[in-house]
Design a binder for this molecule. Structure first.
Ligand code: GUN
Length: 282
């Protein structure tokens, strides 16, 4: 039976560090603020936004919430972002994705000032990550690296397989693993013989978004399995991985819930603190 990688515990320790940093700034008369924008009624997004608010409370970060109607236009949204870009008390801006289909996501992401882009989605931040000269790392991939570090799981020289090539998880995840000298393979919906590739993984990261996608026959004995999935199956929250059967083969595995999810939010808090420090010359 594998060891559980307890993302909840690791996230608490990250948030404690952030709270200390926020407190230091407070002593110098500087407050830290995060603006979160939600457009429409996506139920998963509403839960994420509520969790972000709770994490702000726990770390002493001031949370500014903008819950906008589904029919908000792209111009209205970008106009709000422009206002927040200029607002000194807002150090970080996050616009929850996905956005309704009539809004161009990339245009919205590019409207956020790179200095306040605590998601690290803006092309200038993506480019800086590519060359290894960055202020922020994207929250989910950085949270995964943080879990691996916390449990002393080495990346260097390991076969790392990432399933999924999204801009939010798969692509930046591959980049961060390469920065750590992992040997990285990125698989996706058009990959042939997926199981042949995943069976070679020392570290397998799944960000597919399909329940029960990763089965025991796809993994190597003694591997590390990181499950980024957030799916509903028979009304229950679950990841991409068939947990019981894969846990029986893996050395380490993240649960869902309580694995990657809490880390994403903890890194968001860390990025907001970093943004506040930089904006105040610290
Ligand atoms: N939707 C799902 N994950 C994320 C995230 O990390 N940031 C934003 N902005 N939207 C998301």
């Amino acid at each position: 039976m594998s060891k559980i990688l307890d993302g909840k515990a690791v996230s608490e320790s990250v948030k404690e560090q952030v709270a200390l940093g926020v407190n230091e700034l407070k002593k110098a008369g500087i407050s830290v603020g995060l603006a979160v924008i939600l457009v429409g009624n996506n139920p998963a997004s509403k839960i994420y936004v509520a969790n972000k608010k709770k994490a702000c409370e726990a770390t002493g970060i001031k949370s500014f919430e903008y819950i906008l109607d589904e029919n908000t236009t792209q111009d209205e949204l970008i106009s709000l972002i422009n206002t927040l870009n200029a607002e000194k008390s807002v150090n970080g801006i996050l616009c929850q994705l996905p956005l309704p289909p009539h809004i161009n996501e990339q245009a919205v992401i590019e409207a956020i000032s790179p200095d306040k882009d605590v998601d690290a989605f803006h092309i200038s931040n993506v480019g800086r990550i590519m060359v290894g000269n960055f202020d922020f790392l994207p929250c989910t991939p950085a949270g995964i690296i943080e879990i691996l570090d916390y449990y002393n799981i080495k990346i260097e020289g390991k076969n790392c397989v990432v399933i999924g090539r999204s801009n939010i998880v798969g692509k930046p995840m591959a980049m961060l693993l390469m920065h750590r000298n992992g040997t990285v393979t990125v698989c996706h919906s058009k990959t042939k013989n997926l199981a042949d590739i995943t069976k070679n993984a020392d570290i397998l990261i799944s960000s597919v978004g399909k329940a029960n996608f990763v089965t025991a026959d796809m993994v190597k004995e003694g591997c590390v399995v990181i499950d980024v999935g957030m799916n509903r199956s028979e009304g229950k929250l679950c990841g991409d991985v068939c947990f019981e059967e894969v846990a029986a083969k893996a050395e380490y595995i993240t649960p869902v819930p309580g694995g990657v999810g809490p880390m994403t939010i903890a890194i968001l808090m860390k990025n907001t603190l970093t943004a506040a420090k930089k904006q105040n010359g610290r």
